[in-house]
Design a protein around this ligand. Structure first.
Ligand code: ATP
Length: 251
């Protein structure tokens, strides 16, 4: 059974239709990535599936007792409110010391516990946001452009962490991203959105879909070549998914 199932979702803002007729389901333990041009409704869809925004039409059902960890696109913090990482983990709900430490440790930033949020680098901040989303032990982790502003090695490292967390916790992951080459290689399924679902399937299927190529083909030649190269080889049976998919190779 799917963890989240949505049918016929529609959403408009001020008379402009942003999403129409969207059917989507998320199954346990899968990594699903939503790609699409700016303004194509990706964040809106994610927020509706996470339950923080109401659709105008259609239905969304969550599996009984479903927990969702949501990492927003960016954090709106009051500049006048300095806060340590530890205190931030108490928002919106107070968490035990043990739970806070476990979450920070899982994403490799336990040492930042006493640091002020303001002084964190982009990559550190993303990990703290991720740690906060993990506190609920989510069945589904939802991430909205989680690597915005990170350099390429930083992005690749972050997506590897996401894959490790999926293996370790068994949670499904749904994310929105613009880093096509990195994110597609880390995904089980890709959904290409542009007000409606243009195409979806394995990264390989989406990469070859004319709808996808129309939207991204010309702008991402390098990225697509990089991605295609990475999946030209047959994976060794004994090879886990811990290896990087993001390096360029001279073959
Ligand atoms: N709360 C809102 N009020 C008014 N318009 C909104 C609101 N949220 C989203 N929109 C509009 O809906 C459209 C889709 O926005 P959304 O953020 O979902 O797109 P996106 O695909 O995530 O874009 P991007 O890649 O730029 O982040 C945009 O035109 C945006 O201006």
């Amino acid at each position: 059974m799917s963890l989240i199932e949505a049918r016929g979702l529609t959403k408009s803002f001020g008379g402009d239709v942003v999403l129409q007729g969207v059917n989507i389901a998320i199954d346990p333990s899968e990594i699903v990535t939503i790609v699409g041009p700016n303004g194509s409704g990706k964040s809106t869809l994610l927020r509706m599936l996470a339950g923080v925004l109401k659709p105008d039409g259609g239905e969304i059902s969550h599996a009984a007792g479903l927990t969702i960890g949501y990492v927003p696109q960016k954090l709106e913090l009051e500049a006048s409110l300095p806060m340590t990482v530890r205190r931030f983990l108490n928002v919106p709900r107070r968490v035990s010391e043990a739970a806070a430490e476990r979450a920070l440790e899982r994403v490799g930033v336990k040492a930042l516990k006493g640091r002020s949020l303001e002084g964190l680098s982009g990559g550190q901040m993303q990990r703290v946001l991720l740690a906060r989303a993990l506190i609920v032990e989510p069945d589904v982790l939802m991430l909205d452009e989680p690597t915005q502003g990170l350099d390429q090695p930083g992005q690749a490292e972050f997506y590897r962490l996401i894959e490790d967390l999926r293996s370790e916790l068994g949670c499904a992951v749904m994310m929105v991203s613009h880093e096509l080459h990195v994110v597609m290689s880390a995904s089980d399924r890709v959904i290409c959105l542009n007000g409606h679902i243009c195409c979806e399937g394995t990264p390989e299927i989406v990469r070859n879909a004319p709808e996808y190529r129309r939207l991204f083909g010309s702008g991402t030649q390098g990225a697509l070549a990089l991605y295609r190269h990475e999946h030209d080889h047959v994976h060794d049976e004994n090879c886990g998914h811990n290896h990087a998919h993001d390096h360029e190779d001279a073959h």
